[in-house]
Design a binder for this molecule. Structure first.
Ligand code: PHE
Length: 338
């Protein structure tokens, strides 16, 4: 039996020597030491060996098994080491290769411009106020001196939820909500979304406005001109020419539309400004005494001004964009430029 054991051991070592893959090594283990392995099978006959020989053969068998195990482990380790070495040899690291850029998000140009507008007015002492996007007919129209059959409603066609509930067409209702619950002095801006049934290169069904309202006991049209001129100079540059034109809004009297010299042609006249040299940028005026009366103020004691500007319009002028819809298509090629 001793000779047979040694023969098997030799055979196993021989197999190990030529094994080049891990699977071939584990194959040797199963073939000789496994439950049905050759050495295991041989040792089942140990019971038939004479009692004197049994311990000797037993010890030898143990030594052979341990030694074979050891050789198998060594062989596995050396195969793994060789494989790693080969892999590292092929896996050359090119440290000159440019890194992969992780795409980072950034603010939408409309948010960017909106924040810029807000910052300027905060610097002028205004505070931020907000109101609901779903409004009642009362706050959106009636309280702003726009009765049911008023022609000014034509410019404010919107989305109705019911006869009395609608998506606000401007941020002016915030003026009413604020004055109803707060006494003068008031100096606020109200940024937010507004909605109109409109869609073409310069109109989208949803857009953004910033409302402004300043009410006290000694506020003049001169203050309105001063504040808006400072704002426009901060926004478009100190040399930008500003012009106030008489206009009409039912909730301001007198009312003005404010233009800046065309940013494309600097006032010389071009396609963008329809050769006029000017571009309309916002609406404004002195708060109509009727509005003060509606919110419960005494029109003989308080005066104030209000203005409303469109964020998209400012962004279009600032960046020279001719189609407002680009802001809402969210094409990354467009957004990535800001
Ligand atoms: N709410 C007006 C509009 O959307 C703008 C405006 C606001 C005009 C405040 C005057 C005063 O057209």
């Amino acid at each position: 039996m001793k000779e047979e054991l040694e023969k098997l051991f030799g055979e196993a070592l021989g197999n190990l020597k030529v094994a080049g893959e891990e699977s071939q090594v584990t194959q040797v283990r199963t073939e000789f030491l496994g439950r049905k392995g050759k050495i295991t099978a041989l040792l089942r006959g140990l019971a038939n060996v004479s009692p004197e020989q049994r311990p000797i053969v037993g010890r030898l068998a143990n030594e052979i098994k341990l030694s074979l195990e050891e050789k198998i482990r060594e062989s596995l380790a050396s195969i793994q080491a060789r494989k790693r070495k080969e892999r590292l040899l092929h896996e050359k690291l090119d440290i000159t290769l440019p890194g992969r850029r992780v795409p980072t998000g950034r603010k939408h140009p409309i948010s960017e411009v909106c924040n810029e507008v807000i910052e300027i007015f905060l610097g002028l002492g205004f505070q931020i106020s907000e109101g609901p996007e779903i409004e009642s007919d009362y706050y959106n129209f009636e309280a702003l001196n726009i009765p049911k059959d008023h022609p000014a409603r034509d410019m404010h066609d919107t989305f109705y939820i019911s006869d009395e509930i609608l998506l606000r067409t401007h941020t002016s209702p915030v003026q009413i909500r604020l004055m109803e619950k707060q006494e003068p002095p008031i100096q606020i801006i109200a940024p937010g979304k507004v909605f109109r049934c409109d869609s073409d290169v310069s109109h989208t069904p949803m857009f953004h406005q910033v409302e402004g309202l300043m009410v006290g006991d000694n506020i003049t049209f001169g203050d309105l001109k001063g504040i808006l001129t400072i704002f426009l100079h901060e926004m478009f540059g100190a040399k930008t020419k500003v012009r106030f034109r008489p206009s009409f809004f039912p909730f301001t009297e007198p009312s003005a539309e404010v233009d800046i010299a065309c940013v494309m042609c600097q006032g010389n006249g071009c396609r963008v400004c329809s050769s006029s040299g000017w571009m309309e940028i916002l609406g404004a005026g002195m708060v109509d005494p009727e509005v003060f009366r509606i919110v419960g103020y005494n029109p003989n004691e308080v005066v104030g001004f209000a203005f409303g500007l469109g964020i998209e319009r400012i962004a279009m002028l600032k960046y020279g964009i001719s189609d407002i819809r680009l802001f809402f298509e969210n094409d990354m090629r467009f957004l990535g430029q800001f």
